[in-house]
Structure formats: structure tokens, C-alpha cells
Design a protein. Structure first.
Length: 297
């Protein structure tokens, strides 16, 4: 099976390449700019035809949530128009498409975790662009599977966990929002789930196609404050510079984009259909901080 991942340097693309290493019967490649550029959808068809994958994972996206408020057209171009072009190109060569989406397609008003049948209602430009991407993929790629995930972090690039580790080097106390709730998700764990799903198609080639699944970190939902507290505790345990997390309210930290209050995801359908569940987010956060510590010697 040949798996193509959009984006070369994103945290999910890097995680997929790492986790796929050494798996028999699986070849994984990543394509990014300039050969495959989601800001230039006209590059997509030729890139896919040349690579000839069996499965395409659209791991690249416009993810700057606050910037999307002032650049809604760019967010729509990358997250929706390019997703549609990718869907058509995948369908044209008979490849399956796994579209990565987000918890931000929900409004955050639910008191319980969202399942796949819950009504969507994004409250920011980023969420609207990702929902439009879902709709484009459903329309243009018969053999698709949509994965919604949330609060993704990894040992690479700029994400919440690496930001907290960096801030701990220069601050004794960090104010962190405590009234937004969700499922922190390690990109490495998400990559494992995607690969398990793709490999399952070798023996059950129609499972999950045309469906939406929620795949996010296990354990009970937490707040950004809860995740930061875990990160700082691990920093202290591993001898890294650490800080104290101080809880603040969303109202105390105004941002350009409105965030959902509760975007926790119910991931039971994925576990039922694929027999795979992501580890508790606490253990995964510990793993990522440990890797960052190792990189710092």
C-alpha cells in the first residue's frame, strides 16, 4: 500500500512518516510545496498522478485560528477549495482520501462530548473553512473518510505543548485559559490510528468509507490549564525549566477568533469499528515532554 501525506513539515505529516517507518507492506511519502501546494490547487492533480498513491491523507491545512479571522479567503482556499481539488484528483486515480478535520466545526455549547451525528455550527472562520472542506470531500470523493481531531500537539513545530515548554524557560508563572475544554491529542498517537485504519483496508477494504469519525486523546476532557499543568509537572520531573500555570478565563485572554467552550469529542465509534483507541492524553503529553527533554540533552 502506498500512502501519500500532504505537507512535508507539519506535525502530523512528520508523525506519520516516523510511525510508518519499518511497517511491512506500507510505503509512505510526503509531498508539499512547490510540488503539491494547497494554496495553488492547480498543482494537486499532477502531483497525485505522478505519485500514484493508494491512500491520500490530507494532513496539510491552514491552522492559524486567529489569523483566519482576517484572512478568511485564504483559509477557505486551503481548507475547502484545495480539499475539493484533492478529492477530485484522488477520485480520478482511484485513491482513497482521509480528510483531517477539527473539533472546531462545533459551537461548543454541548454539555457532553460531541459524537459524529451532532449538529455542526462553527463559530469562527477556521471552523467554517474546515467544515466547508468536509462538505467538498463528501461531494467529490466517493471513497473518503473524514477524521475529526482536536488540540493536536507533537515534539515538533509550534503547538501548545512546545510553547509551554518554551515559556517555562523565561517565566515563573504563565496564565492559561481554564474554561475551554477538549481532548489534547498527540500527533504521534493520531498517526498510529491513521496507519492502523489504512492497514485495516488490506483485509476489510470498505470499512469506514463515506463515514466521519472522531479520533482524539483518550481519558476525560481537560482545559488548556489542565494540559499546561501536566506539561509543567513533567518539566519539573525531568529537570527542565518549569513554571506555575495560573488559571484565567477566556474573557481575560481576548483573541481574534472565538473558541468553543466545550469541544470534547466522543471517539467510541472509531474504537467500535476499528478496534483502536488513543492513549490517555496525560501519558501522551508525558511522552512528548520527555522527547523534548531528550532533544535538550
Amino acid at each position: 500500500m502506498r500512502l501519500l501525506v500532504t505537507g512535508c513539515h507539519g506535525q502530523l505529516a512528520r508523525s506519520l512518516l516516523e510511525r510508518a517507518t519499518g511497517r511491512p507492506g506500507l510505503e509512505t511519502i510526503a509531498l508539499g510545496r512547490p510540488r503539491l501546494d494547497l494554496e495553488r490547487p492547480e498543482t494537486i492533480e499532477q502531483a497525485l498522478r505522478s505519485a500514484a498513491p493508494d491512500v491520500v491523507v490530507n494532513a496539510a491545512a491552514y491552522t492559524a485560528v486567529d489569523d483566519a479571522e482576517s484572512e478568511p479567503d485564504k483559509a477557505m482556499l486551503v481548507n475547502a477549495e484545495a480539499a475539493g481539488a484533492l478529492a477530485r484528483a484522488a477520485a480520478g486515480i482511484g485513491a482513497r482520501l482521509i480528510q483531517i478535520s477539527t473539533d472546531y466545526v462545533f459551537d461548543g455549547a454541548s454539555p457532553i462530548p460531541y459524537d459524529e451525528n451532532a449538529a455542526t455550527g462553527p463559530i469562527n472562520a477556521y471552523g467554517r473553512s474546515k467544515l466547508a472542506g468536509e462538505e467538498a470531500v463528501r461531494r467529490d470523493a466517493p471513497d473518503h473518510l473524514i477524521l475529526r481531531t482536536s488540540w493536536v500537539y507533537s515534539p515538533w513545530g509550534r503547538n501548545f505543548v512546545t510553547t509551554m515548554v518554551r515559556l517555562a524557560e523565561s517565566r515563573g508563572e504563565v496564565g492559561v485559559v481554564s474554561d475551554q475544554y477538549g481532548n489534547p491529542t498527540s500527533a504521534l498517537d493520531l498517526a498510529d490510528a491513521i496507519l492502523a485504519m489504512a492497514l485495516r483496508w488490506k483485509t476489510d477494504d470498505r470499512i469506514g468509507l463515506g463515514q466521519i469519525y472522531h479520533v482524539a486523546g483518550g481519558g476525560s476532557a481537560t482545559s488548556w490549564f489542565g494540559l499546561a499543568s501536566r506539561v509543567f509537572a513533567e518539566c519539573a520531573r525531568l529537570g527542565l525549566p518549569t513554571a506555575t500555570a495560573s488559571p484565567i478565563l477566556t474573557a481575560d485572554w481576548p483573541t481574534a477568533a472565538v473558541r468553543p467552550h466545550n469541544s470534547a469529542l466522543d471517539c467510541s465509534r472509531f474504537k467500535r469499528d476499528f478496534g483502536h483507541a488513543l492513549p490517555d492524553w496525560r501519558a501522551s503529553a508525558t511522552e512528548v515532554v520527555a522527547r523534548l527533554a531528550g532533544e535538550r540533552g
